[in-house]
Design a protein around this ligand. Sequence first.
Ligand SMILES: NC(=O)c1ccc[n+]([C@@H]2O[C@H](COP(=O)([O-])OP(=O)(O)OC[C@H]3O[C@@H](n4cnc5c(N)ncnc54)[C@H](O)[C@@H]3O)[C@@H](O)[C@H]2O)c1
Length: 476
Amino acid sequence: MLAQNEPGFRDSVDMMFNRAVRLMDLSPGLEQKIRVCNSTYTVRFGVRLRGKIETFTGYRSVHSEHMEPVKGGIRYALSVNQDEVEALAALMTYKCALVETPFGGSKGGLCIDPRAWDEHELEQITRRFAYELIKRDLINPAQNVPAPDMGTGEREMAWIADQYARMNTTDINAKACVTGKPPHAGGIQGRVEATGRGVQFALREFFRHPQDVAKAGLAGTLDGKRLVVQGLGNVGYHAAKFLSEDDGAKVVAIIERDGALVHDAGLPVEEVRRWIAAHGGVKGFPVGTYVEGGAAVLEMACDILIPAAMEGVIHKGNAARIKAPLIIEAANGPITFGADEILRQKGVVIIPDLYANAGGVTVSYFEWVKNLSHIRFGRMQRRAEEARSRLMVEELERLSADKGLGWTLAPDFKEKFLTGSDELALVRSGLDDTMRIAYQSMREVWHDRAEVEDLRVAAYMVAIDRVAKTYRSKGL
Ligand SMILES: NC(=O)c1ccc[n+]([C@@H]2O[C@H](COP(=O)([O-])OP(=O)(O)OC[C@H]3O[C@@H](n4cnc5c(N)ncnc54)[C@H](O)[C@@H]3O)[C@@H](O)[C@H]2O)c1
């Protein structure tokens, strides 16, 4: 719970923006234009369910249209409100700029507890919400492209895509109206895992820089590092799974809605995930100790804390007790502005949300491009690579024959070498490149300018500078 004197989520994002912008040379007018949220649409619609009409409230905020389409997920949760959606839309603007995906920032939300409705009811509600947004161009391949967020996933995106297609039967780009669709409905391989995978790539890149690792008082690699993960949903689960399976990190605690599991030897992430799906929480899981409530486990000693549930969980009331020297913000806005100050004074290194969870929008961009090009992702690049590889193989074989060396390539190896790359591999390597390049752009600002105290300020500065350039080129 936020301390009483803490600002709301949107104010918190604005205050982080202000910390960065004061170190930049922007006119006050342009600064204000970038900071403000352009518009928020509120809709209240009725759906007949279980014999009576239920009224739902939903939002779609557009923070900045310096590039179009604007992009940002749709969240289903009872806590959704205008302030939250506007904060999340602003974060999308800066995030897209930081990882150079050519989108403006947007976000949507529906006040609903998705667990209170069955699948058929959720489909009716989602289609109706989508209808309201589509008819106002707040879902549109050229103007506004949603994606999954908390409480939504591939299933909801497929319903939205189908709803758009029904209402726009001649739009050849209809599939690009939303990303995060299942692969059989125009999605892309690797989108479901993308945000968690991006968290893994972000941490790997951080650990490639011993100087940065030392700032957190840590050393070495991810191998053996003790992780505490809050929220084992889409983002938290994939991050925990990949970091433990591929990098040798140990998940010593998992915090969920009902409580937390703590186990020093490391928790089996896959099994915990299955347990939550079957039992609705972590209570009763046979491995580790169950802690009622769970929020106090955020304060447990560990190497890396990964808040991957929701905003505002680290606030003025608990920040001083946080023991992790390194926090990676897998969720959006998990640390309030006030908590951020306390943690900075304690020397905690924070890898900020703008960067840490940008894997989702990066792979969404690949999906959008795939839908617009009407061709399998990377197929053109693949064809060019294949042609180059074929020339190389032919040249090798010719040289070998000329010199009588008798070199031959095993036929199955040759085939793999020439045609081996698939969509998932291309998506992962594209994401890895994006995360590395974005880290280096923030790091340069962080290290080059003494007054830049942390990665968050650096991330905002890089992002704001790019948004400002676009606005200036439009004559603002
Ligand atoms: N899905 C994406 O691609 C994506 C992309 C970027 C950022 N994010 C951000 O990541 C965060 C999580 O999103 P998600 O898509 O994984 O959502 P999700 O709904 O799949 O998972 C959220 C998980 O957190 C748990 N949770 C909720 N409240 C909690 C609390 N108070 N304490 C502990 N656990 C709690 C839920 O039970 C669930 O397991 C959000 O902040 C979201 O905006 C998501």
